[in-house]
Design a protein around this ligand. Structure first.
Ligand code: KMH
Ligand code: ZN
Length: 283
């Protein structure tokens, strides 16, 4: 089996700092977390940004500062979110792509998201994919429901999306597909040919989905964006969630991938973003 790629989503957009003190909010905190999760065994970081007061931002300047902090402290593959936070406009969500991160997420369809709607119509997806193409950014396809795989195939038929890509199954969102081994297995059976995959189980689904992926030869996403608890009632840090997955994978005979091995597995060829904070702040 391939070495296990552990992706970490350390912050997310829907949590508030009063829910857990362990969310990295500032660029400095993101840099520190990047070093800790890399040391613990992670190879990809999924990035959302916050203002200093913890509110969401998708400003290019903030992403540039966070990018620089991550790159100064780690070799992690940097994956920007284009999902942003509920209510952000598609243009806002796509704007940081101009910094040319190696990867960015692309949710492949609209989904109920708790009390809200996470909107990803075909025009929105096509628009984000055009920006990804313009800036040479590799998409990670976020699949919250089985129909999202059909949407990805339709985008490929239209020529808007090239397949295969790396796919992340996000299971357990209220409104999306449940985090069960049966659902995961069904999704993997329906994966477009040649795609690699990981799974992000939400809440208490995070650990069982990680166990299943380790056994099935897939990859794993953990992090506070998806789950803030280490065990019932005990808040987690990002690095200890990574360390636990690594321990289990090692026991099961699977080594974890370094960032450089993850780049090889995913066929990524460009480590450095072209525009860093300095470049982004130039007129
Ligand atoms: N914040 C969620 C509504 C992504 O990053 O691409 C969407 C999300 C997906 O987190
Ligand atoms: Zn996200």
């Amino acid at each position: 089996m391939q070495p296990l790629i552990i992706t970490v989503a350390p912050t997310g957009a829907e949590l508030t700092p009063d829910q857990t003190p362990h969310l990295p909010i500032t660029p400095k905190a993101m840099g520190e977390v990047a070093a800790k999760i890399e040391a613990a065994g992670a190879s990809i970081i999924h990035v959302h940004c916050r203002n200093d007061d913890g509110t969401n931002t998708h400003s290019v300047e903030r992403f540039a500062a966070v990018y620089d902090a991550i790159r100064a402290n780690s070799d992690l593959v940097v994956q920007f979110s284009t999902g942003g936070a509920i209510g952000m406009s598609p243009q806002e969500r796509a704007a940081p792509l101009q910094l040319r991160p190696e990867m960015a997420s692309l949710t492949c369809g609209t989904v109920n998201f708790g009390e809200h709607i996470f909107e990803n119509s075909f025009p929105i997806m096509r628009g984000i994919l055009l920006e990804m193409k313009a800036y040479d950014v590799r998409p990670e396809l976020e699949i919250f429901d089985k129909g999202h795989l059909n949407n990805a195939r339709r985008l490929e038929r239209e020529g808007a999306l090239q397949l295969p890509q790396h796919v992340d199954f996000v299971l357990g969102v209220p409104g999306g597909l449940d985090a069960t081994v049966h659902n995961l297995s069904d999704l993997v059976d329906n994966l477009p040919a040649g795609c690699t995959w990981s799974v992000a189980g939400i809440g208490r689904g995070q650990l069982p989905m990680s166990l299943a992926a380790i056994a099935m030869g897939g990859h794993v996403r953990v992090g506070l964006e998806d789950n803030i608890y280490f065990s019932r009632g005990r808040l987690a840090t990002n690095e200890e969630l990574v360390a636990r997955v690594r321990r289990i994978a090692t026991e099961a005979g699977r080594e974890v991938a370094t960032p450089s091995e993850a780049r090889t597995i995913l066929g990524l060829t460009r480590r450095q973003a072209v525009a860093t904070g300095e470049a982004a702040s130039r007129p």
